[in-house]
Design a protein around this ligand. Structure first.
Ligand code: IDP
Ligand code: MG
Length: 151
């Protein structure tokens, strides 16, 4: 089953939106298979955002992500990578549609509350970067037949 990496950034934690984010993904029907609160090291932040290392905002982004606790999560479900990106909304919260997390709760691109993997391969890389195998829990939701037509 497809998995994705979703992180509530320091602003999301400070603004008490951890529960709101988890609530929306749970309510959609996705399965939480990894969850931890943590401080992010510079090394991990730089690896995570490696693709952006030449961008002018890279330094500020790494400083921001390491500035306070984050909540790192892994979610499982059919189409979860693309669907959770829709639930999160556009990178710039002012451009993000109302009803999305960034559209409902954010204003600035550098304070957009949440990270979500942008493709299946990126998700695998990010899950491996943030979680040890033993920190992920595979479990079969008992409501599965009410979410999926076929099991
Ligand atoms: P995404 O988080 O929607 O995938 P990316 O383009 O991958 O967006 O950028 C990663 C993160 O870098 C964004 O979530 C945002 O916090 C930050 N960022 C992106 N573009 C800018 C910018 O132009 N100024 C400041 N921060 C930016
Ligand atoms: Mg991205």
């Amino acid at each position: 089953m497809e998995r994705t990496f979703i992180m509530i950034k320091p602003d999301g934690v400070q603004r008490n939106l951890v529960g709101e984010v988890i609530k929306r993904l749970e309510a959609k029907g996705f399965t939480l298979v990894g969850l931890k609160m943590m401080s992010v090291s510079h090394e991990l932040a730089e690896k995570h955002y490696d693709v952006h290392k030449e961008r002018p905002f890279f330094k500020g982004l790494v400083e921001f992500i390491t500035s306070g606790p984050v909540v790192a999560t892994v979610w499982e479900g059919e189409g979860v990578v693309a669907s959770s990106r829709k639930i999160i909304g556009a990178t710039n919260p002012l451009a993000a549609e109302p009803g999305t997390i960034r559209g409902d709760y954010g204003i600035s691109i550098g304070r957009n509350l949440i990270h979500g993997s942008d493709a299946i391969e990126t998700a695998q890389r990010e899950i491996d970067l943030w979680f040890k195998d033993e920190e992920l829990v595979s479990w079969e939701p008992s409501i599965k037949s009410w979410l999926y037509e076929e099991n």
